[in-house]
Ligand binder design. Structure first.
Ligand code: URA
Ligand code: SF4
Length: 268
């Protein structure tokens, strides 16, 4: 898909979201919030649902939580325009209550189509509800700062999922804010590793779908096939070591260890 085709597909989804009546949240919303960002990005952030400011403006993460999200992105040299930002439910739950399971289910096809269009390398979940879609059964206190290979049923056909706390939780609790800065600092490495894993999966599929034997000294076979979240109940703790060390593309190897510039996002 070209950039223009991706942009058009995302705009079509957004148009449907703005007039959607698939669940009761449409009755109390001011504006639906489809999501926004760079149609060519490799990284998608998925929050919970719009709050008061988002409902008023029709844009995601524009209130206090959004301010912290922008600061977290700034910590790794990125801006909100470099990524795509959306939510599990696109309309504000009244009084900022948690979204109900039937509302999440009704809204899921929009997120799936956004992810299918963007085909991100990395999906960053913000908070419990978003994590629940991509890492079912996990606890946020254990899952934050860890990765999973995305279940392609989420719409993200070949992505690494990275869980973070919700910025609103970080605003309430200084310890969580500190952990969120630690977690966000891992994202450039998560992206580098995700690119390598995708490149390896493509190489394997070109070679006829036969997965290679793991490199000697490595306990892990590269994930040629995305595994579903329930097939891999243990979250994978991030280390400084790449997940697939043998498959580092040269562009990734050229990335500095610290503070990547925003434009390095579109290297691949
Ligand atoms: N919190 C969310 O989860 N999403 C937003 O868009 C804003 C606040
Ligand atoms: Fe439609 Fe999602 Fe809004 Fe419900 S929350 S009305 S499913 S866009």
């Amino acid at each position: 898909m070209t950039d223009a085709e991706r942009r058009a597909a995302l705009e079509e989804i957004a148009g449907e979201v703005r007039v959607c009546t698939r669940c009761r949240l449409h009755e109390t919303r001011t504006k639906a919030v489809p999501g926004e960002g760079d149609p060519s990005t490799e990284v998608v952030f998925v929050g919970e649902g719009p709050g008061m400011n988002e409902d008023r403006e029709g844009r995601p993460f524009v209130g206090r939580a959004g301010g912290l999200l922008v600061n977290l992105l700034g910590h790794i040299g990125w801006s909100r325009e470099d990524v795509f930002i959306t939510n599990i439910v696109k309309c504000r739950p009244p009084g900022n209550r948690d979204p109900e399971p039937d509302e999440i289910a009704a809204c899921a096809p929009y997120l799936e189509r956004q992810l299918a269009t963007l085909d991100p390398s990395v999906v960053v979940t913000l908070g419990r509800h978003s994590m629940g879609r991509f890492m079912p059964g996990m606890r946020i206190s254990q899952a934050h700062g860890t990765t999973r290979v995305a279940d392609p049923a989420t719409g993200a056909r070949d992505a690494t999922v990275f869980a973070m706390y919700h910025p609103a939780a970080a605003l309430r609790t200084p310890g969580i804010e500190r952990e969120s800065y630690e977690d966000v600092a891992l994202i450039p490495t998560v992206l580098t590793d995700a690119r390598a894993r995708r490149a390896e999966a493509r190489r394997v599929s070109r070679a006829g779908g036969v997965a290679p034997i793991a490199a000697s000294g490595s306990a892990e076979t590269p994930d040629a096939e995305p595994v579903s979240a329930d097939a891999a109940p243990q979250a994978e703790p991030l280390t400084a070591d790449p997940i697939v060390p043998a498959a580092q593309p040269t562009s990734a190897a050229a990335l500095p260890d610290t503070e990547p510039a925003a434009d390095q996002l579109s290297l691949f």
